[in-house]
Design a binder for this molecule. Structure first.
Ligand code: CA
Length: 720
């Protein structure tokens, strides 16, 4: 896709010289820096606090506290913040990346694993890179075609692409240096997480534990892409030698022979942190595959290393210790959420700790050296356990929560998306608080009447409609309940304050030394709060839902805050103002006295810039089937997905014409009929629609996608 300088020009009125159409990118700090672009090394990463004006890695430092020592913007002057410049993003799915800022350049990823680089002074786009992920790969992504950002090292920018490639780009030009397939392309693995770079090795995990994969994390040589080590999170085929000695031990807590055939799960898809003094990398592992433990491991067992924080040697990948948050995981309770290292001041002295607020709702503090549990308290109203037994370190479960053991549906909090998901939390070294984006939910869990392996779609081993009667009962609380920013004292293991969100949903958090925390929300705002009290001090409109976390940096002697916005549909009462993104995806940069304004109406679309974006399968169904599908679509689907398969302003669900499931009937039907995406709001139509009808709806949507393709091709032709 081509650069969209026009929108930057509107924003950067004071910088018009940088915005003369498609002129070559202006001089940036990158091109004048003697070291060149993205010249990050171990020295710089270990001393990140000595250059607080940069933001060298997604979590800012190896400790991943997302805490900036900058205080030029602080609780006394934050009211002066205004939009400095912005750039339109040309994708319209979730934007989850934290901008990385190094040597005068800002690097970020967007949906579809695309990378963009901007001059931090002018906002001019320096280069962009599209790895051309095949669009039907979307069918393998449980939770959208997202990406959480890049890593910078020795002149290169690294990203993991949705299709499992690890990619190294030239930091100055965006040109491909090397790429490596890190996954078996026959399996539904995906990458959405950020690569970490430790002593010249790029560490990358992957996702897919809703489908049928076995989790692992791999290290590659940053210069050559050669594999250095791989650590598997769950045991494989027991008839073959185990790759690691601890897997033989772990296998004793697995039953039957289905788990290793389906992969077992435990994917390392997000949280990691590195302690340089202990030379240890901490990784979080995901849920079981399938979720339902009685199918995965009939008879139970701990199922290590699912839902665990695991300490590894970054040089060799050798296991050091683990802490399992949810033994025998059966509710999709991953421990892949962000991991953070800190020195906490306990009354008895300072302790080096690992902290995590995983899906299951307990806030864990572990000793970074040996994994010893220091505290585990509820940060949200979970109902699957009463507490964590501090002598055994194990949760004390409520027996009814194990639907797969009792055979009875039960309402459990949280639901599968967790009390906290991937949205970054932050730690303020001065207040001593951790700021967590909390999302409270509950749902009924039930086993299926019969489990059939699905080779194309998800395999949760649960029946989302199985407990519908429980949720429908008077007084029952199911679904999304409330969300808020929580200030948590990790030493006292207690809540300090909370700020409720008006619109349900989580957004990443930035903490700064200006006694501030910054976070977007789903109402379409970017806010600053007093880090000590939670008092709201500043707000700006984003025209989009926000899920990503901000970062902060210095340019021209001024502190700036960068935030990527855009996720799902538009906020209520917000019109579309980005010609190239239906959810107003944008990069926003703020500074004191910033006077740029976001557009208030939809600009004209240049078809040449859009190109042909849709890639549907050929329509093979006959006219009668398509017509039957049209009728059924209008009656059952149009309310949420829009009339004629085109989402309108009031549509709450995605544009099905772009669905990655269109080429995969065996993925379409489990979603439409079987409720594979029920946790994301797509109900199961099995009881309502016969399979002929859902097949006909598929044919109709394919027809509408091909109509759109023809329109896009015609528009492009006309513009050339
Ligand atoms: Ca999961």
């Amino acid at each position: 896709m081509k650069a969209n300088l026009a929108s930057i020009c509107v924003a950067a009125a004071a910088l018009m010289s940088a915005c003369s159409g498609e002129a070559p990118a202006p001089e940036s700090a990158a091109s004048t820096n003697a070291q060149g672009a993205a010249a990050v090394n171990a020295e710089r990463l270990l001393n990140a606090d000595k250059e607080p004006g940069s933001w060298l890695t997604a979590g800012r430092t190896y400790e991943e506290q997302r805490y900036s020592p900058l205080d030029q913007i602080n609780d006394t002057n934050v009211k002066e913040l205004g939009l400095s410049w912005y750039a339109d993003i040309d994708t319209e799915r979730g934007q989850e990346a934290t901008p990385v800022i190094v040597d005068g350049v800002m690097y970020l990823t967007t949906a579809w694993s695309m990378v963009k680089a901007y001059d931090i002074k002018t906002g001019a786009k320096l280069w962009e890179y599209d790895p051309d992920v095949r669009k039907n790969k979307a069918a393998d992504a449980c939770c959208d075609v997202v990406n959480r950002g890049v890593a910078a090292w020795n002149g290169k920018i690294y990203l993991g692409a949705l299709d499992g490639r690890l990619i190294a780009l030239d930091g100055k030009t965006g040109k491909l240096v090397w790429e490596k397939q890190t996954t078996d392309t026959n399996l539904p693995y995906t990458i959405t997480g950020v690569p970490r770079i430790i002593k010249g090795k790029v560490i990358i995990g992957n996702g897919g534990a809703e489908y049928r994969v076995r989790g692992y994390v791999t290290a590659y040589d940053a210069e050559t892409g050669e594999q250095a080590w791989r650590w598997w999170s769950v045991p494989g085929d027991p008839s073959k030698p185990y790759e690691q000695p601890e897997l033989a031990e772990a296998a004793k807590g697995w039953k039957g022979d289905f788990y290793w055939k389906i992969g077992g799960g435990g994917t390392v898809w997000d949280g990691m942190a590195y302690d340089a003094a202990l030379d240890t990398i901490y990784v979080g592992t995901g849920n079981g595959n399938p979720w339902n433990q009685s199918i995965r491991s009939p008879g139970g067992g701990d199922n290590l290393f699912l839902a665990s924080i695991v300490a590894l040697d970054p040089n060799t990948g050798k296991y050091k210790w683990h802490y399992q948050t949810t033994p025998g995981e059966t509710w999709d309770y991953t421990a892949t959420q962000p991991i953070m290292l800190a020195d906490l001041n306990y009354p008895e002295g300072k302790r080096r700790v690992v902290m995590q607020a995983p899906k299951n709702g307990f806030f864990y503090v572990l000793d970074a050296k040996d994994g010893k549990l220091i505290s585990a308290e509820k940060f949200a109203p979970l109902t699957w356990a009463t507490h964590v037994d501090m002598t055994t370190g194990r949760p004390v479960e409520i027996p009814e929560a194990r639907y797969e053991v009792t055979g009875k549906p039960h309402i459990v909090a949280p639901a599968a998306l967790g009390m906290h998901n991937w949205h970054p939390m932050a730690f303020n070294q001065e207040t001593g608080y951790v700021y967590i984006p909390v999302q409270v939910s509950a749902n009924s869990y039930a086993g299926p009447k019969e489990f059939k392996l699905n080779l194309e779609g998800t395999n949760t081993g649960t029946d989302f409609s199985g407990g519908a009667a429980l949720c429908a009962a008077p007084g029952a609380k199911c679904g999304n309940i409330e969300s808020y920013i929580l200030a948590w004292d990790p030493v006292k293991a207690k809540e300090v304050w909370r700020v409720p969100n008006e619109v349900y949903g989580s957004s990443g958090i930035l903490a700064t030394s200006g006694n501030l925390i910054f976070s977007g929300n789903h109402k379409g705002e970017f806010n600053a709060y007093n880090a000590t009290t939670g008092e709201k001090l500043w707000t700006a409109p984003t025209q989009a839902r926000v899920v990503a976390a901000p970062s902060t940096f210095m340019a021209d002697g001024k502190q700036k805050i960068a935030l990527l916005v855009g996720a799902r549909g538009l906020p209520d009462n917000q019109i579309r103002t980005n010609a190239y993104s239906a959810n107003n995806s944008r990069l926003l940069v703020f500074q004191a006295g910033g006077e740029a304004k976001l557009p208030t109406e939809m600009p004209a679309i240049d078809p040449a810039k859009l190109g042909v974006r849709i890639d549907p399968p050929l329509l093979t169904a006959n006219n009668e089937t398509v017509f039957a599908g049209e009728q059924a679509y209008a009656a059952n689907c149009a309310m949420c997905h829009g009339p004629n398969a085109v989402p309108g302003a009031g549509s709450i669900a995605p544009d099905l014409r772009y669905s990655g499931l269109l080429p995969i009937r065996n993925g379409w039907n489990p979603t439409v009929r079987g409720g594979d995406r029920a946790q994301r709001g797509m109900p199961a139509f099995e009881a309502v629609l016969p399979v002929e009808t859902t097949d006909a709806i598929l044919a109709y949507v394919i027809k509408r996608a091909n109509d759109e393709k023809a329109e896009q091709e015609a528009a492009l032709k006309k513009s050339q």
